[in-house]
Design a protein around this ligand. Structure first.
Ligand code: LLP
Length: 381
């Protein structure tokens, strides 16, 4: 429980991110246990959190790395991920990033367009090497999640659409510096309705058939990430249901002998271990509500402002009777609000406030708008 660490939390200048490494380790043990049942390979999607102590835990747990920039690849390798467990995804890889990844001889480039294939082939040719690639296919599956984090619909910029595949296969026959080893999918993030993944499996099976009918054998299928977490009940559900998640893929994916399945999980691994810890600066009476004004804002955690997303807010200091508060940050933007009409114990200046489930897409998306200082990270053991 986060409350168990209260004494330690009270010692640090706010705002800061607190990471519960014990919970992280338990989460990683669980994900490994469930994935190993089916020999599934899990890559950690670095974009969720790139802090070195977190990456060290991922390496120790034996995960691979899913990177979306040259700097993420560099950070992954420096943190101990072996390049042959690094994949490089992204719709807009720059030449410098591609060259760096080629020099590191990473496991696989997940390619998102015919134009990217041509450029990658050219750069690999210049280095007289062959790049292993997977085609990221847009499966047109609805993930039923927030529209900003839906990626697998034809209207989205991601992946190669199914009608382009015949031309892409023809193109690949000409590209001598690419070797097709897999196909890749990712339909979105914070997916809590597992039936979206079941629909993905059905589409993957259809694509597999299509590739086989064109005499292309694929060594691996990468089904992306996207497993959601329980933002409403971080204490009751600190670890996602990996058992149900992996067993669904085991049940519904039709694999060919020797084929590997890869996953790219970000949020499900790190969201619950992180909290944004802040102090109340002021209480202000509004027309209909009280404002609790914190020293943390959208510069530390932009998710509520950007996606209207819910994060549980806890007053760790007060045991008084409850009242309603709009919990806001200090930034000059009306969207700088962590929650409206939140029921909290009577809240006063100096109270310690925890904004939960902030381990994924929290610190990595922080900005220094208003020339704010960068919030520090504290690791709880
Ligand atoms: N693989 C690919 C190709 C991705 O685009 C993503 C996330 C992942 C894996 C990891 O997805 P996860 O398992 O974490 O859902 N900033 C947003 C989330 C953006 C996700 C982008 N792609 C948020 O705060 O909700």
């Amino acid at each position: 429980m986060l409350k168990d660490y209260l004494q330690e939390l009270e010692q640090h200048p706010t705002p800061f991110f607190a990471y519960d490494l014990k919970l992280l380790r338990q989460t990683l043990q669980q994900v490994k246990k469930e994935a190993d049942k089916y020999n599934f390979q899990v890559h950690y999607a670095l974009k969720a959190n790139t802090n070195s102590p977190i990456l060290t835990e991922m390496v120790a747990a034996g995960l691979g790395a899913d990177c979306v920039s040259g700097n993420e690849i560099r950070r992954a390798i420096e943190s101990g991920f072996s390049p042959d467990h690094v994949v490089f995804a992204g719709v807009g890889k720059s030449d410098a990033e591609i060259n760096f990844a080629l020099e590191q001889d990473i496991f696989c480039f997940n390619c998102e367009s015919s134009h990217e294939l041509a450029v990658l082939n050219e750069l690999a040719a210049e280095k007289n090497t062959v790049a292993r690639i997977a085609l990221r296919i847009n499966p047109n599956v609805n993930a039923n999640t927030h529209k900003y984090i839906t990626t697998g619909l034809e209207e989205n910029k991601f992946g190669i659409n199914s009608w382009e595949l015949p031309d892409v296969l023809k193109q690949l026959q000409q590209l001598q510096h690419l070797r097709l080893i897999g196909i890749h999918f990712h339909i979105g993030s914070q997916i809590t309705d597992l039936s979206a993944f079941r629909n993905l499996c059905t589409r993957v099976n259809e694509f597999q058939e299509w590739f086989l009918s064109h005499n292309v054998a694929l060594e691996h299928i990468n089904v992306g990430g996207g497993l959601g977490v329980d933002y409403y009940h971080p204490e009751e559900h600190p670890i996602p249901d990996f058992e149900a998640y992996f067993s669904l893929f085991n049940q519904f994916l039709e694999l060919r002998p020797g084929q590997q399945v890869h996953f790219e999980l970000g949020r499900a691994l790190v969201a619950q271990c992180g909290s944004l810890i802040s102090k109340v600066l002021y209480i202000k009476k509004g027309m209909t509500t009280n404002f609790a004004i914190l020293d943390a804002g959208m510069t530390e955690l932009i998710r509520p402002a950007l996606y209207q997303s819910y994060h549980k807010i806890e007053n760790m200091s007060s045991q008084l009777s409850e009242d309603k508060y709009d919990v806001v940050g200090p930034i000059c933007e009306s969207s700088d609000c962590f929650g409206k009409a939140v029921m909290l114990p009577e809240t006063n200046r100096g109270d310690l406030i925890a904004i939960r489930t902030a381990g994924a897409y929290g610190e990595v998306m922080a900005s220094q708008y208003n020339l704010r200082d960068k919030a520090q990270a504290v690791y709880l053991n």
